[in-house]
Design a protein around this ligand. Structure first.
Ligand code: AQP
Length: 334
């Protein structure tokens, strides 16, 4: 029996991914790729909704793909490709935009937040239609599940609505996907501002643990992480956001339960705890960083892997798109 399908992706919006991307997404993807026919995309078309230097965007795209592989996504097992290599994404996005209500798209909270942040002049139509492109990404592959962060849940809901609308108007064409929302315990916060989500686009570098940071730099950032004056290693998201965040990172990277880590560091200061965590972080990311840098030292080979994977993705995507074109009444090219 064929495996159920999974689709997910990340934007190439920085030179390096951050540890939140790793714990919140890549670690799950790595596990899920065994049981699912998984499609993992570097969503470069989405990244165009923010200003980019063209040469840098190309480089960030390669670097993001290299980090997927370095983190354990296997291009021979999963389909790991660059979104713009498969033109059907943009094509299906257009068709779906014709069945998306203007008001419906306007209700997306991420658009409201981002457009407010950028201001009217820097807000593009592309940012407005971003969720429709995301729906196309998912529906092209007939994905059964879409692992995403909480902030993307509304976009997957829109995807489901569009799939159901299309299916009822034109006959069953799309699989209606289920979102798989990451656990709250997989959410990582900024080390310097532990009530804000750690993010690739954070204003300050000090609170972000980059996957490609030099291990000594990562260790230093852990040692300087904001904690509190209580001095006890105890999980309490409300009262002790800094220490709780460090505990979550520790637990996620070691596979241990938080109470067992609290026990280990009971009666010992934050210095010891941070030192322990710094060792865990360096042990986990040192090898990932080395693998990523090795892959990036041979861009031609990396591009070849991405091209082969894009061909696999395209074979699935063009089938869906041809069906969609037929159903909506576009005349086939003779
Ligand atoms: N802090 C985080 N904790 C847990 N998971 C996180 N993810 C991102 N930050 C954290 C997960 O990583 C994936 C990346 O998705 P994305 O690149 O499309 O954008 P994002 O969610 O907006 O991630 P960033 O790092 O904050 O990027 P920028 O700054 O470019 O917006 C998603 O699965 C997300 O849940």
């Amino acid at each position: 029996m064929s495996k159920p399908r999974l689709y997910s992706g990340m934007q190439p919006s920085a030179d390096s991914l951050q540890i939140g991307n790793y714990i919140g997404a890549l670690m799950q993807w790595r596990d899920l790729q065994e049981a699912y026919d998984a499609f993992f995309s570097v969503v470069d078309l989405h990244a165009l909704t923010q200003p980019n230097d063209p040469a840098e965007l190309r480089e960030k795209t390669r670097r993001t793909a290299a980090q997927y592989i370095a983190a354990g996504i296997e291009p021979s097992k999963s389909t790991l490709y660059v979104q713009s290599h498969v033109p059907a994404h943009a094509e299906l996005s257009w068709i779906l935009s014709t069945i998306t209500g203007f008001g419906e798209a306007g209700r997306m909270t991420q658009f409201k937040d981002k457009s407010q942040r950028y201001g009217a002049d820097a807000t593009s139509v592309g940012l407005f239609t971003y969720p429709v492109l995301m729906a196309a990404d998912i529906l092209l592959y007939q994905a059964d599940i879409v692992p995403v962060g909480d902030d993307q849940k509304q976009h997957v809901e829109l995807t489901r609505d569009l799939a159901e609308r299309f299916n009822s108007r034109y006959g069953t064409t799309f699989t209606v996907p289920m979102p798989v929302i990451q656990q709250d315990t997989a959410r990582i916060y900024d080390l310097q501002n532990p009530t804000a989500k750690m993010s690739k686009s954070a204003e300050s570098d000090a609170g972000v643990l980059w996957l490609l940071d030099d291990p000594a730099v990562s260790a230093k950032k852990v040692m300087r992480a904001v904690t509190d004056s209580e001095g006890s290693v105890r999980y309490d998201r409300e009262e002790k956001p800094g220490v709780s965040n460090l505990l979550v990172i520790y637990a996620a990277l070691t596979g241990r339960q938080i109470p067992s880590i609290e026990d280990e560091y009971a009666g010992r200061g934050y210095g010891d705890f941070k030192k322990g965590l710094a060792e865990v972080v360096v042990a986990e990311f040192g090898p990932v960083r080395e693998r990523a840098l090795a892959l990036l030292s041979d861009p031609a080979e990396l591009d070849r892997v991405l091209a082969a994977n894009a061909a696999r993705a395209e074979a699935v995507a063009t089938r869906t798109l041809a069906d969609v074109y037929d159903r909506v009444g576009l005349l086939r090219r003779a």
